[in-house]
Design a protein around this ligand. Structure first.
Ligand SMILES: [Zn+2]
Length: 478
């Protein structure tokens, strides 16, 4: 694809990392060439020349920028990203070694401003956010694997994971899991548990998200109980959910309750900073974007593979048809449960299909190919989807973009709906563009570049902004 000078310049102004590698930017006044995403001062359009490769830029007498390291990128190496990922790896392994964000800055060797910028770019989070999440995850692990720390008390676990006090541990643990540490530990033995919803949680939006597919083969609502079949490490299991304004009661027939809890917590969207986004919207003079749903979260898919299947099926077709295709795939390859519902398709079951078998189910040739080839990558262990949750957003984006059938829209959709990254925009999404048009009273729908530009005001919460824009032109749920 050849881009015009204007398009490339717009990418440079937007600092678009997705354009890295597609071209290199030379600045004739400074004699330097850069990646399109370089954070250095933006050059004037008249001073910019574009090159297809580093070699071409060097042949024109330019030298590589020392900020964005275009040669490293072209070689496939990204030393700054690798440094940050190694640092986050250390934090996740031993969160108690880092008393606070200042300790992370010291350990990093970067200046504080630069480190915050790098964490935001690559992890969509501040160092303190990453540290808190690492502590919660470590505590969850220790509470759910009692053999690891036999007999450790909740207080000991809170200290071992670096929380400054027991009360901070309790508050944060509850905010991220909807349970006290003790209730989380007791999950192992309980076929039932109850997750507390955050104050002001707009339940009708969760209900709409969970029940939006009327003909789902994996879910059904009977009375006020939602039945959903999910895949746990022990095999498919049926979850029964009873939703109330303050709690979600969960009943699990059998299987590991900690895994069921993680799935339901994802559906609810626990741990997302809904309040911070609503305050930002208000500060921007746009409280109407969040009116009536200031505490709304992004409901996460039960597994990353579920999200992947949905993002490929949903491409370029309308919602009801996408639901029909999903249900046909599920009943074709999913296991049927005692109550008649089906388990969501596993990567192995989809990988075993011949794409031609999906044509009679009304899949297009291309959709069938994409779906089966993506499932094979996962089933053969070439792409580890679940591990992307704890990797950097940059790595997750690159890994997913390399999967045939996933373009920038699907990748960003997956990152926000399945991996929980808070600062993604599925560019080209019609719900986002029509939401922006209505929200900002624009004469026409913004194009991709205008969408990218407009959405920067919502950073670092662009995923939540996207979710609210999806709701903006819809009637509120009952
Ligand atoms: Zn540069």
């Amino acid at each position: 694809m050849r881009m015009s000078h204007r398009t490339m310049y717009a990418r440079v102004l937007a600092g678009d990392a997705a354009a890295n590698g597609q071209f290199f930017t030379g600045v004739v006044t400074t004699g330097i060439y850069c990646l399109p995403s370089c954070r250095a001062r933006k050059p004037k359009p008249g001073n910019v020349r574009f090159f297809p490769s580093c070699e071409a830029a060097r042949a024109a007498g330019l030298r590589a920028c020392r900020k964005c390291h275009p040669d490293d990128f072209a070689r496939g190496a990204d030393p700054v990203l690798e440094d940050i990922e190694a640092l986050v790896g250390e934090i996740r392994r031993e969160p108690a070694r880092f008393p606070d964000a200042k300790a992370i800055v010291q350990r990093s060797g970067f200046g504080a401003t630069r480190l915050f910028e790098l964490f935001r770019q690559h992890f969509h989070a501040t160092p303190a956010d990453v540290l808190l999440r690492a502590r919660i995850d470590a505590a969850k692990f220790q509470l759910s694997h009692p053999t690891g720390r036999a007999g450790a008390t909740v207080l000991e676990i809170s200290q071992a994971t670096g929380f400054e006090s027991l009360s901070v541990f309790h508050d944060q643990f509850r905010r991220h899991t909807g349970l006290t540490p003790k209730a989380f530990r007791d999950l192992g033995a309980a076929p039932q548990f109850s997750i507390a919803l955050p104050a002001g949680y707009p339940l009708p939006y969760l209900r709409r998200a969970l029940q939006r597919d009327q003909h789902s083969a994996t879910e059904r609502t009977i009375g006020d109980v939602q039945h959903s079949v999910v895949q746990l490490s022990t095999g498919p299991a049926c979850l029964k959910l009873r939703l109330s304004p303050t709690t979600v009661e969960v009943e699990l027939a059998d299987g590991p309750a900690h895994e069921a809890h993680a799935i339901v917590a994802g559906w609810i969207g626990l741990g997302q900073d809904a309040g911070a986004f609503s305050r930002l919207a208000t500060k921007l003079g746009l409280p109407r974007l969040v009116a009536g749903r200031t505490e709304m979260r992004i409901s996460q898919t039960a597994s990353v593979f579920d999200g992947l299947v949905w993002s490929i099926i949903g491409q370029q077709i309308n919602f009801p048809f996408a639901c029909r295709l999903k249900s046909r795939l599920t009943t074709r390859v999913g296991t049927q449960m005692a109550d008649g519902l089906f388990a969501p398709p596993t990567p192995a079951a989809v990988a075993a299909l011949n794409p031609a078998e999906l044509i009679p189910l009304q899949f297009s040739r291309q959709k069938a190919d994409y779906l089966v080839s993506a499932a094979r990558l996962v089933a053969e262990g070439k792409v580890d989807l679940e591990s992307l949750r704890t990797q950097s957003a940059t790595r997750a984006e690159r890994t997913l973009l390399a999967v045939r059938g996933l373009g920038p829209w699907s990748v960003n959709y997956l990152m926000m709906r399945a991996l929980g990254f808070p600062d993604c925009v599925p560019l080209g999404d019609t719900g986002v563009t029509s939401g922006l048009q209505a929200l900002l009273h624009l004469d026409e729908r913004p194009d991709i570049d205008a969408t990218r530009r407009l959405m920067t005001m919502f950073s670092p919460y662009r995923s939540l902004a996207t979710a609210h824009l999806w709701q903006f032109n819809q009637p509120p749920p009952i």
